[in-house]
Design a protein around this ligand. Structure first.
Ligand code: NAG
Ligand code: NAG
Ligand code: NAG
Ligand code: NAG
Ligand code: NAG
Ligand code: NAG
Ligand code: NAG
Length: 819
């Protein structure tokens, strides 16, 4: 086998110029065509910087097993070009390796080059150094911006061409995107915006890459750019040109999380409903945003107030585990829709709207097996639909799919896939002490609070993005004031956020952070001033820069413009806004890279251990947990800061930020989904567990964890854990197959419930209903206990035909533990 492949490759390199390996991608008004055939395509977003190269093959395989055809990613300009002309494509920024992993898994790739990406990404992916270029205005008809954008897009296009990654070259890339969601913000840019979009389209076309270009949410996309839809539902969307197929680039599988928000969820039933409705309404390509959300490693990743976890409630969780039942319910949906591929892409669609929100769509035509969708859009009432002589039961807010228009194979509200409940297990590394041993050192504030060795000095209060060029979250603004006598005054600082720590004459007098994403606030605190010179040092910290909206890049950050004032008892005011201000970018510890293992800085071991002391660096060593399960570190007890493992950033942490306590109520999949429809974790720490990728860890030797604690915290509770499947459940309708899996090396260790009949309740609280086949428990125990995976066909042959047969449909409910 290997030999003949080599022969073919050898033969081709001389004679056929790889044309045998080449794939022709085009489109018509109906679908993307691959080698001339119209296709139904399922795609999923995975952002390469939000996982590690070691995770990529497994993520791709799980995506493929879940029934995807393609992986979609943005390209992240500010990560690749952190300084103008200095590029980084290493490690988790190795875009080429990522695309090759997609190809290795036998999947297609969709590359959204942007380079504006939104994506809850810091500054929407645009480099902050663009702001330093004279006359540059972003995302509009502006030559300096267009020049920089063209340079970067050309670099990426040249890289993928050189590596033969485009489908016509034999590579996996079938679709590329220029710009992103510009249609949503275009209004305020007026005519310049229209010109810019035309320029983008011309630029894209000029590369002649031989695959279709898309522009999402761009109703006036110039041909041949295809306008595509983003949203929770896309059934009502139509592209503007009869030659453009209906493509859905972002069907949000859940939602992102911010530091002040509870955990958002989107139930599998509703997600499946939206996908089924899209195909019912003649859609042909759909991309899950996100299929794997991942982690915002490093400070430059997450957008404004976005947590370090970017889990997104996606079919693969933050750590790369299969999220059940979402993953399995969609896998089953993909399989049934694929059965109808010919009908959906070559057939005619005939839709009949019935009363009470019911509708029927039949795809039919010469030479194709007809396929049908029966939809119940009614969000409260179930219905029984009489269709071509058969009665079909449709739960509220559900779609039934009949791939042959006769037999219901799938209903979006009937979940046959297993549910897995993940649990966290303590670190079981050998010889790991129960609590970690810490050393520490204070951040050296001595120069900053006295204004020594500034990076530069001005007599204005500058925007933090311009002043620091986003080289750090932290920027010091320092000035002095000469007063004629000792006195108490009120220090008033107007800041555009996000966090402010104020020091007067070396003492921290107060700290404040922007509440609920309202970044502008006024800090006010009484201070005692000494006669003559007083030094006021203000440390401003950002938590990810704005990423969305017209002119979002101009949204201020830091103490831009102030005013900064001292107000006396008689309203006598000293305005410091135009005093001489010194600036220092970043922390001393960041400059000295004290988080690196080879850092030469000295750490304190003895003495009084500082707890709840802001601006403290902490360091400990730990053994990597045994096995291969994903690792997290529990940072409960800490305030806010940044964490590194073996010198690699695992992101910002902020467990002291408690989320809003309202807004969590039992979730219902029925009815139009909103980002806050279904939330958990109200009033709890915004994020307590932080992902430590296995590839960051060394087995059998000590690993280092370094924390920079900005707000004051206590690391004594910090510990490492692994994430595993704890409980598996399933609730399977007769005629389907029960599959239970511990999703890893663990085995099903005990069976709590196995009831065949009409079991009640949900996973964790199943109860026997009015009828139960007594032998069910023994049958399931026999087949499953002791196994890593088991499957049972839920039918009469297994469970008998007579018992409970008066029920209209019998179900098997199972709950088991993995260990
Ligand atoms: C595209 O369609 C929208 C309505 O969906 C319309 O407002 C717009 O003018 C159309 N644009 C073009 C170029 O046809
Ligand atoms: C639709 O696209 C075709 C081919 O790309 C183009 O010739 C035609 O002008 C477009 N029609 C409209 C209404 O934009
Ligand atoms: C849902 O169905 C009920 C009857 O079962 C009907 O009264 C109601 O109007 C329907 N709602 C919608 C939105 O069609
Ligand atoms: C502070 O102001 C007083 C009065 O203007 C002046 O005499 C004194 O020299 C100033 N002190 C410093 C250190 O500049
Ligand atoms: C100072 O100004 C505030 C707000 O303008 C006002 O409410 C207060 O009465 C003033 N105090 C004095 C002592 O003038
Ligand atoms: C620590 O000191 C050694 C020897 O002087 C030097 O080679 C190394 O680069 C230093 N490490 C850092 C992180 O500065
Ligand atoms: C393009 C699109 O459909 N956008 C929608 C996404 O979902 C939100 C929330 O439901 C809607 O407000 C948008 O209109």
């Amino acid at each position: 086998m290997a030999k003949s492949l080599i022969l073919v490759a050898f033969f081709c390199s001389f004679l056929c110029d790889y044309s045998v390996l080449s794939t022709q991608v085009s489109h018509d008004g109906r679908a993307i065509t691959i080698d001339g055939q119209r296709r139904v395509l399922f795609s999923g977003s995975i952002h390469y910087p939000r996982s590690t190269p070691e995770m990529w093959p497994d993520l791709m395989q799980k995506a493929k097993d879940g029934g995807l055809d393609a992986i979609e990613t943005y390209v992240f300009w500010n990560a690749h070009e952190p300084q103008r002309g200095q590029y980084n494509f290493e490690g988790n920024l190795d875009l080429i390796r990522f695309i090759k992993e997609i190809q290795n898994a036998g999947l297609y790739a969709i590359l959204r080059i942007g380079p504006y990406v939104c994506a809850e990404w810091n500054y929407g992916g645009l480099p902050a150094w663009l702001r330093q270029i004279p006359g540059l205005q972003m995302r509009t008809n502006n030559r300096p911006f267009e020049d920089e954008m063209q340079k970067f897009v050309t670099l990426i296009v040249d890289m993928i061409k050189r590596e033969s990654l485009l489908a016509p070259q034999g590579g996996p890339i079938i679709i590329t995107q220029i710009e992103n969601e510009y249609g949503n913000v275009q209004g305020p840019y007026g005519n310049a915006g229209k010109e810019y979009i035309k320029w983008c389209a011309k630029l894209a076309e000029s590369y002649q890459i031989g695959v279709p270009w898309i522009m999402c949410q761009q109703p006036d996309a110039p041909q041949p750019m295809i306008n595509t839809c983003n949203g929770f539902y896309c059934d009502r969307f139509t592209p503007n040109n009869s030659t453009s197929p209906k493509l859905w680039t972002e069907n949000w599988t859940g939602w992102f999380k911010a530091w002040d928000k509870p955990d958002p969820h989107r139930l599998a039933e509703d997600l499946a409903f939206s996908v089924a409705r899209f195909f019912q309404s003649s859609g042909t390509l759909q991309n899950y945003y996100m299929y794997h959300g991942g982690t915002n490693f490093g400070r430059s990743t997450g957008g404004p107030y976005i947590t370090t976890t970017y889990d997104y409630d996606a079919p693969l969780d933050e750590y790369g585990n299969i999220r059940q039942p979402k993953w399995g319910h969609l896998k089953n949906l993909h399989a049934v829709i694929k059965k109808m591929e010919k009908a959906l892409t070559y057939g005619n669609a005939e839709t009949t709207e019935l009363e009470n929100g019911l509708s029927v769509t039949k795809f039919f035509g010469i030479g194709v097996v007809p396929g049908c969708f029966l939809a119940n859009k009614n969000k409260t009432d179930e219905a029984t639909l009489d269709f071509e002589g058969t009665k079909y039961f449709l739960p509220a807010w559900s779609v039934s799919i009949l791939p042959d228009c006769k037999q219901e194979v799938y209903n979006t509200a009937k979940v046959n896939a297993q549910t897995s409940i993940m649990v966290k297990k303590p670190n079981q590394a050998e010889a790991e002490p129960t609590s970690l041993i810490w050393s520490w050192k204070p951040e050296d504030l001595s120069k900053a609070v006295r204004g020594l060795e500034p990076d530069f000095t001005t007599n204005t209060l500058r925007d933090q993005i311009l002043a620091s060029v986003d080289a750090s979250d932290y920027l010091w603004y320092i000035t002095s004031v000469n007063v004629s006598q000792d006195q108490q005054m009120s220090l008033q600082v107007n800041t555009a956020g996000h966090i402010l720590h104020a020091f007067v004459n070396g003492d921290l007098i107060g700290s404040e952070y922007a509440p609920n994403g309202k970044f502008s606030f006024v800090f006010e605190k009484d201070v005692i001033l000494n006669q003559e010179i007083n030094i006021i040092a203000l440390l401003s910290a950002t938590v990810g820069l704005k990423n969305y909206g017209p002119y979002y890049e101009l949204m201020p950050a830091g103490i831009v413009g102030g005013p900064v004032k001292l107000i006396g008892n008689y309203n006598d005011t000293i305005d410091l806004s135009f005093s001489t201000w010194s600036y220092k970018v970043g922390l001393e510890g960041e400059k000295q890279q004290v988080y690196l293992d080879n850092s030469n800085s000295t750490w304190n071991k003895g003495g009084i251990f500082p707890k709840k002391v802001p601006f403290t660096w902490y360091k400990t060593t730990f053994q990597a947990p045994l096995g291969s399960d994903p690792v997290v570190v529990d940072l409960l007890g800490l305030g806010k800061g940044t964490a590194w493992v073996n010198g690699q950033s695992i992101g910002r942490y902020w467990p002291s930020y408690l989320t809003w306590s309202g807004g969590c109520s039992p979730c219902d999949y029925r009815g139009p989904f909103q980002s806050n429809s279904c939330q958990t974790g109200c009033g709890e720490p915004a994020q307590r567990w932080y992902h430590v990728p296995r590839s960051f860890l060394k087995a059998g030797e000590p690993n280092t964890l370094v924390l920079f604690e900005e707000a004051g915290g206590d690391p004594s509770q910090v510990n490492f854990q692994t994430v595993i499947v704890g409980i598996v459940c399933a609730d399977v309708v007769e005629g389907n197959i029960l599959i239970l899996s511990c999703q890893g090396p663990q085995k099903i260790s005990a069976l709590q419930v196995a009831s065949f009949g009409d079991p009640q309740g949900t996973c964790g609280s199943f109860q026997i209903g009015t009828c139960n086949v007594d032998s069910a428990y023994g049958i399931v125990r026999q087949a499953c206990v002791g196994q890593a995976t088991c499957s049972i066909l839920v039918d009469e042959k297994t469970f008998g035909s007579s018992e409970c047969s008066y029920l209209s449909s019998r179900r098997l409910a199972v709950q088991a533990t993995c260990a």
